[in-house]
Design a protein. Structure first.
Length: 543
């Protein structure tokens, strides 16, 4: 099957490298990278405005790409190229020394850390420019998330086409240099709007406020539960601040209400670790209610991880020619991106206005409905992937090419069916999650909420590695041959489709149980030295 080199440049047989064992580390890295959004989100909502966070982490990402560019350009900072040697002589290739490896990993970690911070802050910064209490601006906010996904799609298309071409034909130094320039331009562009941005004032660590609720609730566990909600502690005067968000009490997770029970036996003003407001308690309840929703979307991202991995492997066995042009393997993911590039404007400009007239909802359909549509489409995509794989294997048998290294007489665009459907699924679920977590999070946890939505992707990749191992052991090796023509990838796809259907049932139960938040906004006004507070009850327009 061929000979490859390991990390140290040593020649190894293909069967000793690659395969599902190797993909486990890819899944783990992708998962950890997406988990980093949480830590960055906590930092940004605690200390920085969204704009400052984007610029700060953008500069970190820029530095990472600059390090990679410099290393790729100067031969002293990397091992010499290993070219012109026979397979039997590859052991003579010089491996990277410790300092060269350190430079490489420093650049990669800076890029990953910077990217995670930008992705955690940028959606919230954009959505903050629209007032969700205004129906017109709420609709514009929903449109923003659609165009945000479109911008990600355009960037990804450029990455898997132009950047791949540059790295193949001009070298990695030019490719990394292009990435460095792109990040620099993006920082300049986002900085140009500095004077126009609406910036939410940092309200401290949301995780710390959540922990305080649990600590105080446990401390007050023996106190009697008040019959009326107005007996619980809430700040409704000038201490609440201008346009402060007040969350009314709900009857879910009533144990946490004990955190808002004041001690009448003392006149000492209690600290945050002794007494919480009802809004702080409800803020915690919202996060808890969101968890089943995010967990029920994890399996869709497991399917995404499998599709990204195995579809690229399938493409290496197929005809990748487009007329006289041969599509490079790393550019295969452009297929779903093209479909998303087409479908996103259609959804935003045609579907949403029509749905808005029918439902009366500014966003066209509710967030949870949008997520559910994506989950259904992901199950369909897996079923179609199984059908296409069955067709590919039959072509291999018909042409006696089961063990051949030559591409099959079957166009790679057969993979476009599963990719197109999953691209639609991603359009519905990914944006739906971002919208849902941003809209439903309290004013002080919106960045944390959007960051949590990325965790679905992280957990999906972790679960993906587990799924491959479990399926291989239980099935007796459906994916153990390192030869797709002999593996049973079609069975694996159909298994994913079946589990996706079950997962959708779980999601329906979670979505039915979820309660949309209600908000009361307190406006503080001063008239001739006297202070008058007026409250306006607002129910979320998406409820």
């Amino acid at each position: 099957m061929g000979t490859f080199r390991d990390f140290n440049g040593q020649a190894k047989q293909e069967k000793k490298l690659g395969g599902t064992r190797a993909t486990l580390f890819v899944y783990a890295m992708e998962g950890l990278e997406n988990m980093a959004f949480i830590s960055n989100a906590v930092s940004l909502v605690t200390y920085f405005y969204g704009f400052k966070t984007c610029v700060l982490f953008g500069c970190i990402e820029l530095l990472g790409y600059a390090v990679l560019t410099v290393q790729a350009h100067f031969y002293q900072l990397r091992p010499p190229p290993c070219q012109g040697l026979a397979i039997s002589q590859t052991t003579q290739c010089e491996a990277a020394d410790n300092s060269q490896a350190a430079i490489l990993f420093t650049g990669l970690y800076l890029v990953a850390f910077g990217t995670s911070g930008v992705k955690a802050a940028l959606p919230s910064l954009g959505a903050d420019q629209f007032d969700e209490r205004d129906p017109k601006e709420l609709a514009q906010s929903s449109s923003f998330f659609n165009w945000f996904l479109l911008s990600l799609t355009v960037g990804a298309i450029i990455g898997v086409t132009l950047i791949v071409w540059i790295s193949t034909n001009q070298g990695w130094d030019w490719a990394f240099g292009a990435c460095t320039l792109a990040v620099l331009v993006s920082i300049v562009f986002v900085s140009m709007g500095k004077s126009l941005y609406r910036n939410n004032v940092p309200k401290g660590s949301p995780l710390l406020r959540i922990i305080q609720v649990f600590v105080v609730a446990i401390r007050n566990r023996k106190l009697p539960q008040p019959e009326a909600g107005d007996e619980l502690h809430e700040v409704r005067d000038k201490e609440a601040g201008v346009h402060n968000e007040i969350l009314p009490r709900t009857d879910q997770f009533r144990f946490l209400d004990r955190a808002a029970i004041g001690d009448a036996s003392t006149s000492i003003s209690p600290g945050p670790w002794r007494l919480c407001t009802v809004s702080q308690v409800e803020e915690t309840k919202i996060i808890i209610r969101m968890l089943p929703i995010i967990l029920s979307t994890v399996f869709m991202n497991t399917c995404l991880a499998q599709l990204q991995t195995f579809t690229v492997q399938q493409s290496t066995t197929m005809d990748t020619h487009i007329l006289s042009f041969k599509m490079p393997g790393p550019s295969i993911p452009v297929i779903p991106l093209v479909f998303m590039f087409i479908f996103i404007p259609i959804y935003d400009r045609i579907f949403v206005p029509v749905a808005r007239k029918i439902t009366g909802i500014p966003t066209g359909i509710r967030y949870l409905q949008r997520i559910g549509v994506g989950l259904v489409l992901s199950a369909i995509s897996m079923a179609v992937a199984g059908i296409v794989e069955t067709r590919r294997k039959s072509v291999a048998r018909e042409h006696d090419m089961v063990d051949s290294l030559q591409p099959l007489p079957m166009s790679v665009f057969w993979l476009g069916y599963q990719y197109a459907i999953f691209g639609l699924a991603d359009m519905f679920t990914f944006v739906g999650l971002l919208e849902f977590f941003y809209a439903e999070s309290s004013a002080g946890t919106k960045s944390l909420g959007t960051a949590i939505s990325w965790c679905s992707l992280a957990f999906g990749y972790f679960l993906s590695s587990v799924a491959v191992e479990v399926v291989n052991k239980v099935s007796g090796g459906w994916l153990a041959n390192n030869n797709l023509n002999r593996d049973k990838l079609n069975y694996f796809y159909w298994l994913l489709a079946a589990v996706s259907v079950l997962n959708f049932g779980v999601y329906l139960a979670c979505a039915s149980w979820y309660r949309y938040k209600k908000v009361q906004v307190i406006n503080q006004e001063e008239n001739h030295g006297s202070e008058a507070a007026k409250g306006k009850q607002l129910e979320m327009l998406t409820a």
